[in-house]
Structure formats: structure tokens, C-alpha cells
Design a protein around this ligand. Structure first.
Ligand SMILES: C[S@@+](CC[C@H](N)C(=O)[O-])C[C@H]1O[C@@H](n2cnc3c(N)ncnc32)[C@H](O)[C@@H]1O
Length: 544
């Protein structure tokens, strides 16, 4: 039965992590079941969920079987009716018995529904469901593009040339990303990215899990935007060590490691310290680093709060670069929204969850909540305002926490470049944090300024979507401005934004670099009147 409980946990996203369903399943190392098995169960049940919801409701089993939850019922009924092997649990298990005793009724309701929908055979019904679930195409009316599979070639274990000559040897190469975005999910076509080295785009939903190179971690799935921070930190441009302050699950750590390693440099010369406060997520980080072949380059400091790290500690005296990718609202993440809707059966009133009931198994996924929300009566104007207030407060708290981490990074005595990033689209967490940091006492007393566009690596200089200029102007006008600070135009130009759903094929993302020359630091700190004694905030979203 544990297979079904693990699937419920994934659907409910109990880990509250970002990324697509598939990447969440493959990143979760705590299940004893093969990721492919959980993925098959969840994706197949999702495809059939609208049908099964109706079947379960008509059969009325949730009213009778009080131990059965809505999501669990869908998974079990799916296997009972549609899987060749039936329910993958001992027949004597209480939940198995609970479903099995309604077998005839469930099968009868399913057959009635199939016939009502006009499918003479189960095979015809299957074909139709499969066809409708594989849509991942360009939405012409709204000009919304699907998300490609971005694949980073892991140069710690392989090389660009080797992969092009082996894994991608029989793929067609296209100079036009749109050709990949509009390709079918099985088409063997790729596009080489112009902004990030060693990155290619494959068609949306292309199944990499069967590729040998993917299984051996020679290829790493990483959104293009998420490759910007390590690229901007540009570890080879300076000789010291690097810090990844908020590292799990570790995609940016391993990218940083790949960029930090060079065949000309003896191993061990450049080192990465990867901090992660959350113990469980630190375990995932450890596995990702090991799989990527980055163990020698990375020291993982799990269960460690970056804010508690003493910048003057001898260990970090050679640190010249800091990557800071803190928890954020996750409003730029595309994976969750792209997942097909999971339709859950309605639990009849008497067996519905009581308020305050804490059973994990009854937790609902965001998709499920969305589905429920869509089915509930329209909300009143006041509740929209309340929700707006709530969002505003949440963003303020997040921004305070992000700023606190950034200002802490600015205290490392030898650091000369910091890269700040979020997978958020909100100004408060992005340009807002950058401007407050620039005007802070920590920045000014330590000589930190914005890393101008002209000093960024060529691929990122060429990226045309920059920070929001008018928002920068407004923010800077509202804060006490002092001489020597860059203009709002310069700040906006230095910031890099990525938008979701566009022809660029990225998630919503924000990156900005800070730089300094430690030699030129003066001790005359200016008081900007900003409060740097900020309360910590736990954060909501932890992107990949
Ligand atoms: C957005 S995720 C980082 C994603 C990661 N950079 C990647 O690309 O795979 C933020 C991570 O920071 C961790 N975190 C939050 N506050 C922290 C702190 N004060 N010190 C260390 N880690 C922290 C969270 O637990 C979470 O795992």
C-alpha cells in the first residue's frame, strides 16, 4: 500500500517544492519505490481522473468507506479498473478490501460512462484519453508557448562534443527555438542555447528518463533561467572559493561546480561551500552533488543557517563569490501550472474532513485545491481585497528575509561578486530587494555596487529582458538617495528578468549581480535610515 501513500504525497506536494511532477518524483529519494513506478501511477491516474471521479461518485463508495480518502480512492480505483496487474497491495489490506467489495458496482459505472461517451470498446476509450492528455502545444489565441525541456550537459562527467556525437547524434539541430517548442514530444530535434553554455532545448515533454546519458547524470534537467545565476557569478573570472548560500536541491551548486572546474586547474584549488538550512533538503542536495560528480569540489554544510555563518571565519577567507538563491514566492515556476488537472471525487458531507483534522492523507494538492476553488461559488469583492492584503504581507515578509540574507553575504571580507536570484515575478522580491540592498549600510560601507550589464558575461549581456525601469525609478524616488549610487536606469539595465510562457521558453525568474573591489573600500559608512534588523521569514517556494 506504500506505493499509493507515496503517490498521494506527490500529488499533494507535501514537500512544497517546485518543478514539474516528474522532477519532483525523481528528486524525492525517500520512497522505496522506483520513481518510474510512482510516475506511471500518478500520471495515468491524472489522465483518467475526470472519468474516475464520476465513477466513484456514482458508485457512492466514499460515503460507505470512511477510511478511504478522495485521492487514495482515485489511485486504487484506477488500478482496479484499468491496470492489468490490479491493485499493487496485499488483498488482505483494509483499503484493498474496501475498494474490492465495490468492484462490480465500479466496473458497471465505468462501462455505463464509456458507452454514454460513445466508445464501443475500452481500447477506443483509452486512445481518446491518451490523445487528449498529450497536448502540450502552442496556444495561438493567447500566444502562450509550451515549456521546452532544458538540458544542461554536465561537463563534470562528459563534454559537449561527446554528447553531440553520441546521445544527440541522430537528432536534428535547429537554429530556431520555436521549432523545438512546436515539435511533438517524441521528435528528435534540439536547439543550442545562445545565452548559456552547454545548454540545449528539447521538445516539451520529451521523455529524457529513458536516455542513458540522463540516467548517468551526464545530462541534467535545468531550466534555462535557473542556469543564469552561476553563469553570472562566472567563477573562473576570479580565483577564490564560492559559496552557495541556499543550495538545495542543488542544481545551481552543480552548475557552479561545472563552471568552477577546469582541466587546467588542479582539483581542490577552487572550492564551493553549499549551505542548506533544511535537514531533509540537505540530504537531497548531497545526493544531487554526488550524482553530478561534484563531491570533490563541494563541501555541503547541511542543517546550517547561512545567517549564522561568521563571515570572518578563516574557512571562508578565500571566498570571492556568493550565489544567493533564497526561498521565494515561486510565482515564476511553470511546472505546477502545466500539470494536467487532477479531478478528485467529492466526499459526501458526512464523511468529509472535519475542520482541524490533521491527517496527512487528507491533505490536498494545489491542483486539487484549484479544482475545488473553481467549483465553489464566486468570491465576494471583500474577499478579493483580503486576499490581496494577504499576498502583499507575504511578499513584504519574504522580501525582508531575502534582503537580510543578501546583506549578510555582503559582509564576507574577500567577496567581490554576489549573485542574487529568485523564481519570482514580483518587484518586491526582485528590484525592490536589490535597491534596498544597494542603499543599505552593509553595501555602502563594504563598497558593493550593482554589476553593470557591460561587465556581465557576453551571453547575459545579450539577453534583452532587463529589470523594470519605471518600478526602479519609483522605488529609488521613495528612498533616501545618496551620491555615488547608480541611476534607476542603470539598475534596471543590470537586472535580468525571464518571463514565463513566452517564445524564450523560460520560467519566470530574476537575477542580479553585485560587485566590489575590496581594495577600494572606505570606512565612511552612510546612514540611509533603512532598518537592517529584519525578522527572518521561512519562505514559501524552493525552486530547483
Ligand atoms: C530556492 S531554494 C534554492 C534552490 C537551489 N539554489 C537550486 O537551484 O537547486 C532555497 C533553499 O534555501 C534554503 N534556505 C532558506 N533559508 C536559508 C538559510 N537562512 N540558510 C540556508 N538555507 C536556507 C531552503 O531550505 C531552500 O532549500
Amino acid at each position: 500500500m506504500s506505493l499509493y501513500y507515496d503517490a498521494v504525497a506527490v500529488i499533494s506536494n507535501e514537500e512544497r517544492v517546485g518543478g514539474s511532477l516528474k522532477s519532483r518524483i525523481y528528486a524525492n529519494k525517500s520512497s522505496k519505490h522506483a520513481p518510474a513506478q510512482i510516475y506511471a501511477l500518478v500520471s495515468e491516474t491524472t489522465k483518467w481522473s475526470a472519468v474516475l471521479k464520476e465513477v466513484i461518485e456514482k458508485a457512492g463508495i466514499l460515503k460507505i468507506e470512511k477510511k478511504l480518502t478522495d485521492v487514495l480512492a482515485l489511485l486504487l480505483v484506477h488500478d482496479l479498473i484499468l491496470s492489468k496487474r490490479g491493485i499493487a497491495a496485499p488483498q488482505s489490506h483494509a483499503l484493498c478490501i474496501a475498494v474490492n467489495r465495490h468492484r462490480s458496482r465500479l466496473n458497471a459505472e465505468f462501462t455505463k460512462l464509456r458507452i454514454r461517451k460513445g466508445y464501443p470498446t475500452l481500447q477506443a476509450f483509452r486512445q481518446s484519453i491518451d490523445a487528449s492528455s498529450s497536448a502540450s502545444s502552442y496556444d495561438q489565441e493567447n500566444e502562450i508557448y509550451p515549456h521546452p525541456r532544458w538540458v544542461r550537459i554536465n561537463t563534470l562527467k562528459t563534454s559537449w562534443d561527446k554528447q553531440l556525437k553520441s546521445t544527440f547524434a541522430d537528432f536534428e539541430e535547429t537554429n530556431v527555438l520555436e521549432n523545438v517548442l512546436k515539435a511533438s514530444k517524441n521528435q528528435r530535434i534540439f536547439h543550442v542555447d545562445a545565452n548559456v553554455e552547454n545548454l540545449i532545448a528539447l521538445p516539451p515533454l520529451y521523455d529524457t528518463s529513458k536516455m542513458d546519458a540522463y540516467r548517468k547524470s551526464l545530462l541534467i534537467l535545468q531550466d534555462k533561467a535557473s542556469c543564469f545565476p552561476a553563469t553570472l557569478l562566472d567563477p573562473m573570472a576570479h580565483d577564490g572559493d564560492m559559496i552557495d548560500a541556499c543550495a538545495a536541491p542543488g542544481n545551481k551548486t552543480t552548475h557552479l561546480a561545472a563552471l568552477s572546474s577546469s582541466k587546467d586547474m588542479p582539483s581542490g584549488q577552487k572550492h564551493i561551500f553549499a549551505f542548506e538550512r533544511d535537514t531533509k533538503r540537505a540530504e537531497t542536495l548531497r545526493k544531487m552533488v554526488a550524482q553530478a560528480g561534484a563531491n570533490e569540489l563541494v563541501t555541503i554544510l547541511g542543517s546550517t543557517d547561512f545567517l549564522q555563518v561568521v563571515p570572518t571565519d578563516d574557512q571562508y577567507s578565500r571566498t570571492t563569490g556568493i550565489l544567493l538563491d533564497p526561498s521565494c514566492s515561486g510565482s515564476g515556476i511553470v511546472g505546477r501550472d502545466e500539470e494536467p488537472a487532477f479531478h478528485v471525487p467529492t466526499i459526501p458531507a458526512q464523511s468529509a474532513i472535519q475542520p482541524g483534522h490533521k491527517s496527512k492523507k487528507r491533505k490536498r494538492s494545489r491542483q486539487v485545491e484549484k479544482q475545488r476553488a473553481a467549483e465553489s461559488p464566486p468570491v465576494q469583492e471583500e474577499s478579493i481585497e483580503e486576499a490581496d492584503d494577504e499576498t502583499e504581507k507575504r511578499l513584504e515578509a519574504l522580501a525582508s528575509f531575502q534582503l537580510k540574507l543578501l546583506l549578510h553575504g555582503m559582509k564576507f571580507p574577500d567577496a567581490r561578486r554576489i549573485v542574487y536570484s529568485t523564481c519570482s515575478i514580483h518587484v518586491q522580491e526582485n528590484e525592490g530587494v536589490v535597491i534596498q540592498a544597494l542603499m543599505s549600510e552593509a553595501a555602502r560601507s563594504n563598497g558593493w555596487t550593482i554589476l553593470p550589464r557591460m561587465q556581465q558575461p557576453p551571453g547575459l549581456q545579450a539577453w534583452s529582458i532587463r529589470g523594470l525601469r519605471s518600478e526602479c525609478e519609483q522605488l529609488m524616488a521613495s528612498l533616501p538617495h545618496a551620491a555615488g549610487l547608480p541611476s534607476a536606469k542603470e539598475v534596471a539595465e543590470a537586472c535580468i528578468r525571464c518571463e514565463k510562457g513566452t517564445a524564450e521558453g523560460t520560467m519566470g525568474f530574476f537575477v542580479c549581480g553585485f560587485s566590489r573591489d575590496p581594495q577600494s573600500v572606505t570606512s565612511t559608512a552612510l546612514d540611509t535610515g533603512l532598518n537592517e534588523n529584519i525578522d527572518e521569514w521561512d519562505g514559501f517556494s524552493d525552486s530547483e
